[in-house]
Design a binder for this molecule. Structure first.
Ligand code: ZN
Length: 192
């Protein structure tokens, strides 16, 4: 496996672990040249899930894009790659089982629901780009831009757990009031 640090193609597997349901095997790999560690996930190739986009076109469901989007929103936050993978897999499973609709709206809403239970800051970052969500790769790009903007502005990205009194002013979304579904509908601008 190609080393992201030095480009070496030789590595050794230092840890190998199957997910609880046995559907995914996670391997920790160590580059023999520079010692850089990376993770690969091995999963059964199944018939692709087709996702309907807002413009009516279709794309294949891509779990990796969701993981990347989550991790971008989770920059400097205690959200692990594994949690991102779990979210993406839960979403895929929900689509396959018919629990949620295979549309970008429902996928985004499902990711948000999962993130809300994990980390509020990541949830808010993800929610703020979700409005513009159309293709999963949009998540990745915009979440990254947001993280960079905030860092550049020297904005501390921390949650005020209500300690400051008010609902940590300025958050774009009232976590308690608006159900995600409503927020989604309102946030569909349909520009002409
Ligand atoms: Zn290397």
């Amino acid at each position: 496996m190609w080393c992201p640090s030095c480009g070496e193609l030789e590595d050794r597997v230092v840890d190998s672990r199957a997910s609880a349901d046995g559907r995914v095997i996670r391997r920790r790999r160590e580059c023999v040249a520079c010692g850089e560690r990376s993770t690969t996930f091995e999963r059964l190739e199944m018939a692709p899930v087709v996702v309907r986009k807002r413009d009516g076109s279709s794309v294949a469901f891509d779990a990796d894009k969701i993981v990347t989007g989550v991790l971008s929103a989770a920059k400097h936050r205690p959200v692990t790659e594994e949690q991102g993978v779990e979210i993406a897999e839960a979403v895929e499973e929900a689509i396959r089982s018919g629990a949620i609709d295979a549309s970008t709206e429902h996928i985004g809403a499902s990711v948000l629901k999962a993130l809300r239970d994990i980390d509020e800051v990541t949830y808010l970052r993800f929610a703020s780009v979700y409005k513009a969500f159309d293709d999963p790769s949009d998540f990745e790009r915009e979440a990254l831009e947001l993280a960079i903007e905030r860092q550049a502005a020297g904005e501390p990205v921390a949650v005020h757990g209500g300690a400051d009194g008010a609902t940590s002013g300025g958050s774009e979304i009232d976590l308690d009031a608006a159900p995600i579904q409503d927020a989604t509908d309102q946030a569909t601008p349909t520009p002409s």
